[in-house]
Design a binder for this molecule. Structure first.
Ligand code: ADP
Ligand code: MG
Length: 481
């Protein structure tokens, strides 16, 4: 009876308690409004999901989403609905005014081609290409609007005005010893620098090219990001990390033809951890103590890099094997190996010192180095870490001590949520590394010889088939095999 009566009451007639509840609900709904950034991420997740999963793309799209926004409670259905909405809007909306936080077909197309380029083997059809005609990604281009001309003109003029009032340049030169801009204050391909044949790597944003400054004749790396997809925090974070040895230095950034160019330091002879794991660890895996030390070394290096970023209030949010590089010794005063973190394309402000996303990325790299277990996603990691690592430890004949240590470390790392816990973990790993080095002071050199045999031509190693291990006496490391 009461229930029926309540349902007939208007909001004003409701008892205070109930009105309050409804208000809260409305507020919650408001807070969950989708932003442009979230919509871009949904499309990213969608393409990643259809590449990586042939069966339930919805499930894996949701998993990717949860990696990016672990605090949201959206269901699979909600994410799938949102994806559908984004694509509908892209096909139906041709005006700036209606666009708001929705994406254009060209923006979607750009994400699609990045992801497919990276994989190189996938073709996705989700809307007829002729629908692209008349699409309105004006960012960095000259528009010829068929509708809403006045509005397009105004949006363009407001940017001109902003540039004028802020006296904003197109770019900022951070290291004039590496980059020689022209007298006119520009830095252009074919005039001030040349693109060389060498490609350093490929990521979601395309290739990282080697370019040569025409005046200094020195080479540096060039990353190009489409303005429509550019995250300004990439530059903010990179600049704030200037001089921190775990990262390459940024020399200059520049907006040119609707793209942002990021000129930066080449990490000489560096290889991604993905390549190290896939191609360079065969011999290392035959020596339990070397493998143990190297895995701890990587874990420690990752924690050093991430905690440096966290101390500057940045969350990397994209720590994976392609975004970490290992460098062999550059000169005799250097350490035999160096771990460098790259790619700030997804950097976010660190909120409430919560570092979970980065730590999960770190754990997945650590277990991948140690036992080739990457985990499918964070859910797989959280749910199956113990069973999977227990099994792999046995498959890889890890000693009892090493296995227990690995399980304990992963358990500890999974409990890390805040920066201070990350510092504690780093200290623990640092102590273990120190102990291991005390037992075998040359251990890192020996590891470097196995991973980068080409860097040790005098060591009489067969570079094509990997190093000749008999040349190095590792008997001491066989303990615990
Ligand atoms: N400074 C660098 N020195 C050497 N190689 C690099 C450098 N920066 C990037 N790379 C290579 O290029 C790839 C893509 O670079 P990244 O910055 O991650 O681009 P994206 O944002 O597109 O993923 C990396 O995985 C790596 O192989
Ligand atoms: Mg990358």
């Amino acid at each position: 009876m009461h229930a029926v009566k309540d349902s007939l009451l208007s909001a004003q007639d409701m008892p205070i308690q109930k009105r309050k509840h409804r208000k809260n609900y409305a507020e919650t709904r408001q807070r969950m409004r989708w932003t442009k950034e979230m919509n871009l991420e949904i499309v990213h997740c969608y393409f990643k999901a259809i590449i990586s999963s042939s069966t339930s793309y919805r499930q894996s799209m949701h998993r990717y989403w949860k990696q990016l926004y672990p605090d949201t409670t959206f269901t699979e259905q909600r994410i799938a609905d949102q994806k559908k909405q984004i694509f509908c809007h892209a096909n139906n909306t041709n005006t700036l005014s209606k666009r708001g936080h929705w994406l254009t077909n060209l923006e979607i197309e750009a994400i699609k081609s990045q992801i497919i380029n990276k994989d190189g083997k996938f073709q996705v059809e989700y809307y007829p290409c002729n629908k692209l005609k008349g699409s309105t990604t004006h960012c960095g281009k000259i528009a010829s609007p068929k509708t809403n001309e006045a509005e397009v003109i105004e949006s363009c003029l407001s940017i001109y005005n902003l540039i004028k009032t802020k006296e904003a340049p197109d770019g900022v030169l951070l290291d004039p010893t590496k980059i020689s801009k022209s007298l006119a204050g520009t830095y252009k391909e074919g005039k001030d620098y040349d693109v060389m044949d060498e490609i350093l790597g490929k990521g979601l944003n395309g290739q990282i090219a080697v370019v040569r400054d025409r005046v200094s004749k020195t080479d540096h790396a060039l990353k190009t990001v489409m303005l429509a997809l550019f995250n300004p925090n990439e530059i903010r974070a990179w600049v704030s990390l200037e001089g921190c040895s775990q990262f390459p230095n940024l020399y200059m950034f520049n907006k040119i033809d609707g793209k942002i160019e990021l000129h930066h330091e080449i990490l000489k002879k560096a290889v991604t951890l993905a390549d190290v794991i896939n191609d360079r660890m065969g011999k290392l895996r035959e020596y339990p103590s070397l493998l143990h030390h190297f895995s701890l070394y990587v874990l420690h290096g990752l924690l050093e890099a991430s905690s440096t970023m966290h101390s500057k209030k940045w969350l990397h949010d994209d720590i994976h094997e392609e975004n970490v590089m290992l460098q062999p010794q550059q000169d005799p005063s250097d350490s035999p190996l160096r771990l460098r973190m790259i790619d700030f394309g997804r950097v976010k402000n660190l909120k409430e010192d919560r570092v979970v996303n980065d730590i999960q990325g770190i754990i997945r790299i650590f277990t991948s180095v140690y036992l080739t277990e990457k985990f499918n996603d964070v859910y797989d990691l959280q749910k199956n870490w113990e069973t999977k690592l227990d099994k792999h430890s046995d498959d890889f004949n890890l000693s009892y001590d090493h296995k227990q240590e690995l399980l304990a470390l992963v358990k500890l790392a999974l409990d890390v949520t805040l920066t201070k816990e990350e510092e504690d973990l780093k200290r623990i790993v640092s102590k273990k590394l120190k102990d291991s080095r005390e037992e075998a002071p040359e251990i890192l050199e020996d590891i470097a010889k196995l991973i980068f045999p080409e860097n040790f031509p005098d060591e009489n190693m067969d570079v094509t088939d990997g190093p000749c291990v008999q040349e190095i006496n590792y008997d001491i490391f066989a303990v615990g095999k």
